[in-house]
Structures are given as structure tokens and as C-alpha cells.
Unconditional design. Structure first.
Ligand SMILES: [Zn+2]
Length: 281
């Protein structure tokens, strides 16, 4: 099923929309979607929570790559799609945004009422004492601990990971918690093999159940973490629209399906329903 932006606009114009966004929304900000149609399969398997916490070598590799990848993520700016979502929120049509992205770009585009389902890359948590620090501070400490660490960034993946040869990883020195002194530090994002905190999931279910429509933006809904909200909406008789390039695992639940680039569709949608032209930020 493929429907038009006009049908999408008719749904969104009714308001009380909850947006569920995924990696496809951030590709136009230079953060590749490794599951999407333009994304290539990542060269190494994503870090799992189990490997990160149990294997010091894997952890060192993660932080070495992530230390480099963070610079690219930190430089990424919101795109026309993020800005269109913020405009829909300003216009009172979108009640909340649930995002699977960890890049913080919805907030940077001016959206509020954003639930970051998988956490944020710009925060670091101590797995022992629970202290949260900023990624900026972590970056400063890692630079201090690794003054000569120079490596070429080949590619950055959605979790801020980059490809890096083993010999460069070997010389990298990760740092421990600056508060308790010994705690293991981890970006405050949900890794593969880790579950989303139950309270956060419940909050999202509540948002979905209060919605008049759920609009999925740029997610193939491959993982249950996001797909369960679409299933819940469909079970409650709440219409689901999906805007994504390529098929998704939620297509069977959708009443509106637009298969086109988000950077084209979303500004057009915002213009149709708010009656204003796109203003670049
Ligand atoms: Zn600590």
C-alpha cells in the first residue's frame, strides 16, 4: 500500500498525533541508517551490553571508536525533517515524539515532549554509582588520557561507533567514573541485548494510547522496541501512518503509507497542515 502526502496530511491535521521516529529521520543529517535502503551493513557487529560489561578489550574498542565517532555525531545538525516535526508540535498537532534515535536532533530542532526511547549519546552513566556526566566532560577526560591518540575516522554508524584497526585500539586508554573512582562508564543509551527501562516503555504506551493517530517516521520497525507501539496502536483502533523509504515490519498495521524521502515529505506535510512555508532555521 502506498498513499499520498495528502492522505497523511488529512490524518495529521486532526491533531493529537504521536510521532515515532527512527534512524531514517537522521540520515539527511549525515548519520547513516545501517538498516535502511541506502545504508550499508555495518562492518562489525554492534556492541552488546553483555560484551561491553564483561570484556575489557571489547569495552576499550568501543570507547576508542566512540571517542572518534562522537565528534561526527556532535557536529550533526537537525535537518528539514526534524524541523518539520518541531513545526507540527508548535502548531499543536503533535502531542509527543517518541524517538529511537540517540542523537538528540529532535531537541536541537526545537521539539519538546520528546521521549528518547534508547537514551542519549551525549550522556554517560556510571554503571556502579549511577552518576550521569555529559559526553563533553567524558570527551575532555578521554583526550587527557589519550593525548597522542590519532586515527582516521572511516565511517560513523548511528550509535556513534566508527571503524578502527585493532592496533590503534590497543593503545587507547578508557577512563573510569570520576565520582566513585572505579565504576564502569557507558553512554546512557540502550545497547543491543539490553532492555529499555520499563518506566520509559510504560510512558510511551500511555502516550500511544492517548493518541488520535501514530505517525512513524524513518523506521523500518525491525526491532520490537519500536514496533510494539505500532502494534498497540493498531490493537486499540488508533490509525497508524508510516513514512519510510522501503518496506517496514509495521506495514501490515498502517492505514497510511508513504514511501518517499522524509526531507521531501515532512516539509510538504508541515506546509499543508500549518499553512506556512518552510522557514530554514
Ligand atoms: Zn561511579
Amino acid at each position: 500500500m502506498t498513499t499520498s502526502v495528502q492522505e497523511l496530511a488529512a490524518l495529521v491535521a486532526g491533531g493529537q498525533v504521536v510521532v515515532l521516529s527512527g534512524a531514517g529521520l537522521s540520515t539527511e543529517s549525515g548519520i547513516p541508517d545501517y538498516r535502511g535502503p541506502s545504508g550499508v551493513a555495518r562492518r562489525h557487529t554492534p556492541m552488546t551490553f553483555q560484551a561491553f560489561t564483561r570484556d575489557a578489550v571489547a569495552r576499550r574498542r568501543y570507547w576508542a571508536r566512540s571517542h572518534l565517532g562522537w565528534r561526527l555525531i556532535a557536529r550533526a545538525a537537525p535537518n528539514a525533517g526534524h524541523r518539520a516535526v518541531a513545526r507540527l508540535q508548535d502548531a499543536g498537532l503533535v502531542d509527543a515524539v517518541i524517538t529511537q534515535n540517540v542523537d538528540g536532533l529532535h531537541g536541537a530542532a526545537g521539539s519538546d515532549r520528546v521521549v528518547e526511547l534508547h537514551g542519549r549519546l551525549d550522556e554517560v552513566i556510571c554503571l556502579d554509582c549511577g552518576n550521569l556526566t555529559s559526553r563533553e566532560e567524558m570527551d575532555r577526560r578521554l583526550r587527557e588520557a589519550n593525548p597522542d591518540f590519532v586515527a582516521q575516522v572511516a565511517e560513523v554508524n548511528p550509535d556513534g561507533d566508527v571503524d578502527l584497526p585493532d592496533e590503534q585500539v590497543a593503545g587507547f586508554r578508557p577512563v573510569d567514573c570520576g565520582i566513585c573512582g572505579t565504576g564502569m562508564l557507558k553512554p546512557d543509551v540502550v545497547f543491543f541485548g539490553e532492555t529499555v527501562p520499563p518506566q520509559r516503555v510504560e510512558r510511551c504506551f500511555a502516550l500511544v494510547e492517548q493518541a488520535r493517530a501514530v505517525v512513524v517516521l524513518g523506521s523500518s520497525l525491525t526491532v520490537m522496541s519500536g514496533r510494539r507501539f505500532v502494534i498497540r496502536a493498531a490493537k486499540q483502533g488508533i490509525p497508524v501512518a508510516i513514512v519510510n523509504q522501503g518496506p517496514t515490519r509495521g506495514d501490515g498495521y498502517a492505514t497510511v503509507r508513504v514511501d518517499a524521502p522524509l526531507g521531501d515529505v515532512l516539509p510538504e506535510l508541515a506546509e499543508r497542515v500549518t499553512g506556512a512555508s518552510a522557514v530554514p532555521v
